[in-house]
Design a protein around this ligand. Structure first.
Ligand code: PLI
Length: 471
């Protein structure tokens, strides 16, 4: 692994530039559709970008989950799959990689992140308990609720304010957390659900100082901390860039230090870990591990594959190693930032500072004339697809769902349309095309009408809901 910082030509000659630390060996053709084709496709999809067929999409920024490009080494690893039902050697490679880079003792493999969320929530949460965290994530909160818990948002207020330039908008507000502990009692809090970076806040990081202080507070009340490590490598990059004392530390060292303040982590390996499918759960407590290892065989598969094929585990073990390479992380975040800078130069409202995995367009500011219950962010995702075949995703009122107690819409402060950048897939030219498309949609914003929801599934409605144009 090469953890030396790359000195770019740009830095050498006083310009700021970067280039990807890889070259392209295989390409996948993509096709731009006609405006009429896009109108037909979007109508068929009920104005929901999740329901589009990917053949009708030009640049696919729906998600950075499972959409990255694997390296030649990962593909070589696929050929080394040991497909034994039990005790596959690929599992032991994976276990070693997680222990080495994340530092936890025990590993439970799962088919993806929500498999791990299910196991952890069922193992730790008792009905009536509260789970504080730094902003909700859709699947995470649902699993906590299905286990009988109530999620409580204890992120700092700045996270809910798109233009606020706080460098660590993912931080936990320790006063909010302590007030909750005092109100409900530490015994009603099974764990803190800490995410680094925070997806729904715009890919915003948590500082090392914050996790250290959180650890001290939790130790006072004997509350464990479990980390959603899905994009923790990107979080480590922001610590290296912004936090005093970390400039000369490697991403790998920062990642390990951060994890050392937590009791375990769950992972959607489809993001940071550079694979198309996979996940894991890792803990330090041996009793909890026994419980999880027993549960995984009910819901995912035997404890040495957890829903993955042997080849998937090998690609994942290699992906973990590649993910912490400093040059890789830097070019990944800088590509997202490149797109953000283009949009910022045109004064298009986005969440700032630009986060690790995506640009989040501030749909409330795009469409101040569309009320939140006419789904401004869903409208914007649809508008961008109609303009150019670019697919983004709603991250606002539709994603927030309904309050399970009252049945009313939740009205989140953030009404965002996310353009997530897959890892190692698109070029700078694609980013230019995306920026121009967003600008075209922004320039015609005043004529845009909102949407009404005509079909709503019970769980995680954003995946399958259908809409029509509001009259
Ligand atoms: O999609 P899964 O089941 O592998 O992982 C669920 C999950 C957990 N935590 C976080 C922070 C996520 O972002 C996440 C999945 N995110 C998706 C699919 C996304 O598009 O952001």
């Amino acid at each position: 692994m090469n953890n030396k910082k790359l000195i770019t030509m740009g830095e050498q000659f006083g310009r700021r530039s970067w280039a990807e630390p890889w070259k392209i060996k295989m390409v996948e053709p993509i096709r731009i559709t006609s405006p009429q084709e896009r109108r037909d496709a979007l109508e068929k999809a009920g104005y929901n970008t999740f329901l589009l067929h990917s053949k009708d999409v030009y640049i696919d920024l729906l998600t950075d989950s499972g959409t990255g490009a694997m390296s030649d080494r990962q593909w070589a690893g696929i050929m080394l799959g040991d497909e034994a039902y039990a005790g596959s050697r690929n599992f032991f490679h994976l276990e070693e990689a997680v222990q080495k880079y994340y530092g936890y003792r025990y590993l439970v493999p799962t088919h993806q992140g929500r498999g791990a969320e299910h196991l952890l929530s069922q193992a730790l949460i008792k009905p009536g308990q509260y789970v504080p965290g730094n902003m909700y994530f859709t699947t995470t909160r649902l699993h906590q609720e299905l286990a009988g818990g109530t999620f409580v948002d204890v992120i700092i207020d700045e996270a809910h304010d798109p233009p606020n330039l706080h460098p660590f908008k993912g931080n936990v507000d320790l006063d909010k957390l302590e007030a909750l502990v005092k109100r409900v009692g530490a015994e009603s809090i099974p764990y803190i659900s800490l995410a680094g970076t925070v997806n729904m806040a715009g890919g915003q990081p948590v500082s090392m100082a914050n996790v250290k202080a959180l650890r001290a507070l939790c130790d006072r009340y004997s509350i464990p901390i479990y980390l959603d490590a899905t994009r923790m490598v990107e979080n480590a990059f922001f610590i290296q860039e912004r936090e005093e004392g970390y400039k000369d530390k490697t991403i790998a060292a920062i990642l390990q230090e951060f994890c050392s303040f937590t009791d375990g982590a769950w992972m959607s390996a489809k993001k940071d870990n550079l694979v198309n499918i996979g996940g894991w759960l890792a803990v330090n407590d041996s009793d909890l591990f026994d419980a999880l290892r027993n549960m995984v065989v009910i819901y995912e598969g035997l404890h040495t594959y957890g829903g993955m094929a042997g080849r998937d585990m090998e690609a994942l073990a290699i992906g973990i190693t590649e993910a912490v390479d400093d040059d890789h992380v830097r070019s990944r975040v800088e590509q997202v930032r490149y797109l953000g800078n283009l949009l910022t130069n045109w004064e298009i409202p986005i969440v700032k500072p630009v986060g690790g995995h995506a640009i989040f367009l501030d749909a409330k500011s795009f469409y101040p004339h569309i009320p939140q219950d006419q789904f401004p962010a869903q409208t914007l995702a649809a508008g961008l697809y109609l303009d150019s075949g670019i697919r983004g995703m709603e991250r606002g009122i539709v994603s927030a769902g309904r309050d399970p107690k009252t049945g009313d819409h939740r009205y989140p402060a953030l009404e965002l349309t996310r353009l997530a950048i897959p890892r190692r897939v698109y070029t700078q030219a694609h980013m230019d095309v995306v920026a121009e498309a967003v600008k075209a949609v922004y320039d015609s914003r005043e004529q845009t009408k909102g949407l009404k929801m005509v079909y709503e599934p019970k769980y995680l409605r954003f995946f399958q809901a259908r809409f029509e144009r509001a009259s």
